[in-house]
Write a protein that binds this ligand. Structure first.
Ligand code: ATP
Ligand code: MG
Length: 239
């Protein structure tokens, strides 16, 4: 029902972490999710593999997604799942333009730093170009990532001001910088399978993830493809 692409041409912006958070939250809300891992480093796929039997049942992961195979994976993912999340590699990739054109929604994770904002701006400019030149309108939002929960830095404020002046929608919920995210996702756990006695502030990370998950769902829902949704409901009734 919706393909959501996570893109920022600057590496390390927090794309894969954002994909993992949103995927887990959509699953917790009862949806099924396919993640297309287009990063040759297979960060998401490795996390999924590490989880083994603990992996959420409604999560499917497809590794080694390339420009040549993207279309087919999207079609199969659309049939199999309520949401398809596409995790792009950090560097500029031939997949980007193709992926944008296939997406119902694009989420651009940006750290509150100039370098990262540049990588995000590349994506926003490409979306703008598609709108101006090809009349292809792709709804998109920025999610601010790795935000210090205590202070607003000057560079973060600058990034926020630039986005506001360009009228880019920014999710009200930023992804907070928390060791819990790193620890959980590098150890093959989810925020809900990890041991709260061993991971500090797990509850705060859960709260943050839940707020973002809900906000993403509300934002993306109007752009989901209704006919497919209806078909799926028929299918579910029949099954
Ligand atoms: N909110 C966060 N709190 C703490 N650590 C984080 C957070 N977001 C990301 N990280 C850490 O920062 C690193 C980069 O994050 P991530 O892999 O999500 O970025 P990416 O944009 O997918 O990178 P790449 O461009 O290499 O694919 C990882 O080690 C991750 O654990
Ligand atoms: Mg990544």
């Amino acid at each position: 029902m919706a393909i959501i692409t996570f893109a920022n041409t600057k590496g390390g912006a927090g794309k894969t972490t954002a994909v993992a958070i949103v995927a887990c939250e959509l699953i917790r809300m009862g949806f099924s999710v396919t993640v297309l891992d287009a990063d040759p480093q297979l960060w998401f796929s490795k996390w999924h593999e590490k989880m083994g039997a603990n992996a959420p049942r409604r999560l499917s992961v497809v590794s080694y997604v390339t420009a040549a195979s993207l279309q087919g994976h999207i079609e199969r993912g659309r049939e199999a799942s309520d949401f398809v999340l596409l995790d792009l590699p950090g560097a500029r990739s031939p997949l980007l333009a193709q992926a944008l054109g296939q997406s119902q929604y694009v989420i651009i994770p940006i750290q509150g730093s100039a370098m990262d904002a540049e990588g995000g701006a590349n994506v926003i400019e490409l979306i703008q170009y598609l709108a101006d030149r090809a009349n292809i309108r792709i709804p998109h939002s920025v999610v601010l990532t790795r935000i210090n929960p205590m202070v607003t830095t000057r560079s973060l404020q600058t990034v926020k001001d630039v986005l506001a002046s360009r009228r880019v929608h920014v999710f009200a919920t930023p992804i907070i910088e928390r060791a819990a995210y790193r620890d959980v996702f590098t150890s093959g756990e989810t925020l809900y399978t990890a041991d709260p006695d061993r991971i500090s502030n797990l509850d705060k990370a859960q709260e943050n993830a839940q707020a973002l998950g809900l906000e993403v769902l509300r934002r993306v829902l109007p752009y989901t493809t209704k006919p497919v949704q209806r078909e799926q409901m028929e299918f579910r009734k029949a099954g």
